[in-house]
Design a protein around this ligand. Sequence first.
Ligand SMILES: C[S@@+](CC[C@H](N)C(=O)[O-])C[C@H]1O[C@@H](n2cnc3c(N)ncnc32)[C@H](O)[C@@H]1O
Length: 266
Amino acid sequence: MSFGWIDAEQFSFNTLLLMDRWIFRTIAKNQHPEFKKNLAIALAGNPTVFWYVVSKCPEQREYYHVLVGEAPTNHSREELRDSEVYVLDALDWAVVYVYPNIMENLPYIKDWDKDRLLSITDFNDKTVLDIGSGTGRLAFAAATVARTVFASEPVDRLREYMREKQKRLEVDNIYVIDGTIEMLPFPNESFDIVVSGHVLGDDYEAEWREMSRVTRPGGYVIVCPGEDDRKKPEGPSEELISLGFEYSHYVSKTGGDVCRYWRQKR
Ligand SMILES: C[S@@+](CC[C@H](N)C(=O)[O-])C[C@H]1O[C@@H](n2cnc3c(N)ncnc32)[C@H](O)[C@@H]1O
C-alpha cells in the first residue's frame, strides 16, 4: 500500500542504499504477494542493493536470499524498472525518511499547528521524550516551552536533519538520540511527558508499557498525530481507548478527522 507521497518514477532503486537496518526488518514483514514478487525482481536485478540489504540486516539474510532465489527470470529492462517503481511506490513511507526535506513538506507535518500539542497539558519547564521524532514536528513544538526534550529517532538521516534544524533555528534544549519504541534507552520514570505521533500500532500494549515505564507518576503519555485529509467514520482508536487513553477530536485544516490522545500515569 502506498500513501501517494512520492512520484516513484523519479527515484532510483539505489535509494535503498540510504536506508537503515530496521527498515529492512520491517520490509521483510510485508507478505503481500504482488509486493514480494516485485521486490524479488528488483533485488535480483540490482545485485549491489541486494548485497547492501543482506549485509545491513543479517537477521533477515535468509529471508531475502530465498526471496531473490524465487525471482521470476527473463524479464526485460522495462519490466525490471516497472518492478523497481512498484517497490519504491509501496515503500514511499521509507523513501521520505531518507529525504527529510520531502517529509517535512508533507501536509500532515507542514499544515500542523504546535498548539494542538501544547494545549493537551502544561509543558512548561517539563522534561519531555518524543518517540519516533521524524523531522521533529512534536519535539520542536515541545521545546518552545519545555525545559529539555529528547528526540528519539531510529533513522540516521532524520537524526542528522533534526540536528541541522536545531542549529538553523538556534534551539539548544533538544537532544537527538537513536532508539525505538520497543526498547527506550532510558531508566524508569525519566520523563514528565512522553509524546509520539504516527509511531504506535505494531503492538499497542507493549508500546504503552514501554512509554509508561519511562514516565514519572503524575506525568502524561500523549499520542498526537498531525493534520489529516481523511474522514474517519470508524471514530477514535479503539486500541488506545481500551488502554485507558482519553481523547479529543478536531476537524483538520485539510478536512479530515484528527484525534489526540493522552493518559496520565498514576
Ligand atoms: C510517520 S513518521 C512520524 C514522524 C513524527 N513523529 C511526526 O508525527 O511528525 C514515523 C517516525 O517514526 C519512526 N519510527 C518507525 N518505527 C519506529 C519504532 N518502532 N520506534 C521508534 N520510532 C519509529 C520513523 O523513523 C519515523 O521517523
